[in-house]
Write a protein that binds this ligand. Structure first.
Ligand SMILES: CCCCCCCC/C=C\CCCCCCCC(=O)SCCNC(=O)CCNC(=O)[C@H](O)C(C)(C)COP(=O)(O)OP(=O)(O)OC[C@H]1O[C@@H](n2cnc3c(N)ncnc32)[C@H](O)[C@@H]1OP(=O)(O)O
Length: 199
């Protein structure tokens, strides 16, 4: 994948990077397991203690943002982070992207519909990657989402993204999320290329 904005990200050696991706995959699975089960109190308390012990085990390996692998491993569909749903890009250029994703119990709002806040999260990720491909670093200035239908969890969804216009530092992007033939959400956003020294 070519990307000027992403190239600066820290990369681990392959063994470390792959192992970390396994760790994040297990964390995603855990988020779903916790969300979709109702353990008795003693089991919940025992697992809570085990999870605290696991977190404690990681303490000694703490690093600053520049050295963290989470979010920086661009070769993995989820960037090795557990916040944003995993995106599988099937086509990507500097102007257009397509791909699939599947939301899970962790992303549930109510009555089978994904949480409304997950949808802009997904679009920000799709658009952020697109706007940053073969361009300097940029940030979201606005992101407008139209919720056309509920977005189901547990089904393959198709996403698109397209750069509509570039005007100086401004990159205007549009996209959609579909469940089969049904467009469940559409979005448009402005990304602004950062000036030297902007965080
Ligand atoms: C993450 C960064 C990229 C890293 C890349 C490497 C790693 C890649 C890894 C993984 C892929 C990425 C996947 C995830 C991506 C997620 C991206 C995000 O979510 S970023 C976080 C949320 N966004 C903010 O926190 C912005 C906060 N706002 C700002 O910082 C500023 O407002 C900023 C930079 C957006 C603009 O500020 P100014 O001072 O630089 O520029 P001014 O002059 O205000 O605006 C420039 C032009 O844009 C228009 N503009 C600005 N904001 C606008 C707005 N809200 N609506 C309409 N126009 C706006 C202005 O009117 C102006 O237009 P005229 O040049 O005069 O024509």
């Amino acid at each position: 994948m070519t990307s000027s904005a992403w190239a600066a990200q820290t990369l681990a050696d392959q063994e470390t990077g792959t192992a970390f991706e396994h760790l994040i995959g297990s964390l995603r699975g855990l988020q779903d397991s916790v969300t979709s089960t109702r353990p008795p109190a003693e089991v919940a308390l025992a697992i809570a203690a085990e999870l605290r012990a696991v977190a404690h085990r990681l303490d000694e390996f703490g690093v600053g943002e520049a050295d963290q692998l989470a979010g920086a491993q661009m070769d993995y569909p989820g960037r090795s982070q557990a916040c944003v749903p995993v995106l599988d890009h099937t086509a990507q250029s500097a102007d257009e992207v397509r791909g699939t994703l599947q939301l899970s119990r962790f992303h549930l709002g109510r009555n089978g519909a994904a949480h409304g806040g997950v949808i802009p999260l997904v679009f920000d990720e799709i658009f952020g990657r697109l706007a940053g491909t073969d361009r300097p670093r940029c940030r979201t200035a606005f992101l407008h989402v139209d919720y056309r239908e509920i977005t189901p969890i547990g089904r393959r969804l198709d996403f698109t993204g397209r750069v509509e216009r570039v005007d100086g530092r401004k990159i205007f992007v549009t996209g959609s999320l579909a469940d089969g033939d049904a467009v469940v959400a559409e979005a448009d956003a402005l990304f602004v290329v950062l000036r030297e020294g902007q965080p």
